[in-house]
Design a protein. Structure first.
Length: 481
């Protein structure tokens, strides 16, 4: 028995004790190391920052930190001890995250130099600011000598070719630095960005006023998450969503009592930085898009009546328009007594589901040259033919296009497997707004007349080619020419 206890100690307890002691010693050593090295690392980082400050404000002799400034987008401000000017570390939102920019400004408010710190932008694009190429210094030179504010594409500020998002981030950072100079050197009010709302209540406070309240109302319109009537009787508020590139795009909409939009606010979303995220990230694009929607009623359409959306962010812009239209439909329901707009029926998730949905139970499988699948309804009145087609050239999975015909060869339904296509782009060719355009067609000429989805040409053409192929196979099966 004593021997067993000894073995238990040696084989189980002792190794555990040893490991615990080693972990404690290692943790202590790491803590001690960090205690001594953290100040050194911080000092080195500060020296590197000051080196950048001397680079952009060469007449400075030394710098003193400026405390208490409130301008958004500026992380640090320093003043030259000899009164030659200020230097700022400012950031703009790029494609890969924050884009840090060092800006020197003399006492006349003129930019004396610009330097770009390392960032996480894409190599060969935004990373050209700092990677040693000639593009970074060239861009900095375009900004030197400017004052007041700068704008991309104006007054010789051209930015990086092919990197508009990063170039815009730099302009935003420089403008933040110039605004901070106006605050700390000239005593002007700080430019403070208002954080994007995260709830309908916060959005209503921004759009209507801090004291605004509303009472929730019942509704059934699809695409709307919340709806309410303003307690002062002036109108209605809605929180609606559209589907963007990164998921739901929430939009707060306020209307007056007659259904005219009086305010639009974009809540935080998961769209791509520099693209759809511009709705809420503090750039001018979000408020500009909102202003395009104010004054509209009934319904809105992207690309018409002054509703242009965000340049380079069609999917996010479409999501906003969809959300606003849902809000306007909900107004019609809750204020005018109109019927609620229901969500469209979900498309079949697989070919098998499409066969059942289009042909009913008991469909009979067949085959035909050129087709990946052929099915006929139990009564023989309908035929479904599936083929593989090509979508976007960068995608590896083919488009599967399943076309359902009546006995006369007229298209009655269409299903497209878009699982291999880009979400928010090629995937839209499987939505009813596009597939319904083929219903009622019976020849290739009609298919040719179907317009491609904007910015989704290759996938749209792939679907059209697939439907045309199905038509040809159907005619062959029926003995046509």
């Amino acid at each position: 028995m004593a021997k067993n206890k000894s073995n238990t100690y040696e084989n189980v307890v002792k190794p555990i004790v040893v490991l615990v002691v080693i972990c404690l010693i290692t943790s202590a050593l790491l803590a001690v190391t960090n205690y001594f090295t953290a100040p050194i690392i911080a000092a080195q980082e500060q020296q590197a920052a000051y080196a950048a400050y001397f680079e952009v404000l060469p007449d400075a002799d030394n710098f003193t930190s400026v405390e208490g400034f409130a301008t958004s987008g500026v992380e640090e401000a320093v003043k030259a001890d000899n009164g030659s000017g200020y230097a700022f570390r400012a950031i703009g939102k790029g494609f890969g995250g924050d884009v840090p920019v060092i800006v020197g400004v003399n006492m006349d408010g003129v930019i004396t130099g610009v330097s770009f710190l390392q960032n996480s932008e894409t190599s060969g694009f935004g990373a050209r600011l700092w990677d040693g190429s000639a593009d970074g210094p060239a861009y900095a030179a375009e900004l030197t000598g400017k004052s007041g504010s700068v704008a991309l594409g104006q007054d010789g500020v051209n930015g990086l070719s092919g990197a508009t998002v990063t170039s815009t981030a730099v302009v935003n950072a420089v403008n933040s630095a110039l605004s901070c100079f106006a605050e700390v050197a000239l005593g002007q009010a700080a430019v403070v960005e208002q954080a994007a709302p995260t709830t309908l209540e916060e959005a209503v406070a921004i759009l209507v006023g801090d004291g605004a309240t509303y009472t929730p109302v019942e509704f059934a319109t699809a695409g709307v998450q919340e709806a309410g009537a303003l307690d002062d009787g002036s109108g209605y508020v809605f929180l609606a969503v559209g589907t963007g590139f990164g998921g739901d795009v929430p939009v707060a909409v306020v209307t007056d009592a007659s259904g005219v939009i009086t305010g639009v606010s974009f809540l935080q979303n998961s769209e791509t930085s520099g693209f759809g995220a511009r709705l809420y990230d503090g750039s001018e694009d979000g408020p500009a898009f909102a202003a395009q929607l104010v004054g509209k009623s009934g319904s809105v359409s992207l690309g018409s009546d002054g509703v242009d959306g965000l340049s380079g962010a069609t999917i996010s812009s479409t999501a906003v328009v969809d959300a606003v239209n849902s809000a306007l439909s909900c107004y019609n329901e809750v204020a005018q007594g109109g019927a609620p707009v229901e969500a469209p029926a979900a498309a079949p998730a697989s070919l098998d589901e499409a066969v059942t949905a289009f042909l009913g139970e008991g469909a009979v499988a067949g085959e035909a040259e050129g087709a990946t699948a052929v099915y006929t309804s139990a009564d023989g009145a309908l035929t479904l033919i599936a083929v593989e087609s090509e979508g976007y050239s960068d995608e590896t999975a083919p488009l599967t296009v399943a076309t359902c015909f009546d006995a006369d060869g007229v298209v009655t339904n269409l299903w497209v497997d878009v699982s291999g296509q880009t979400q928010g782009l090629g995937s839209r060719t499987g939505e009813a707004d596009f597939t319904d355009l083929f219903v009622g067609l019976s020849d290739a000429a009609g298919v040719d007349g179907v317009d491609a989805i904007a910015s989704v040409t290759e996938s749209s053409d792939g679907v059209k080619a697939g439907v045309a192929a199905c038509m040809e196979i159907f005619q062959t099966m029926k003995g046509g020419n």
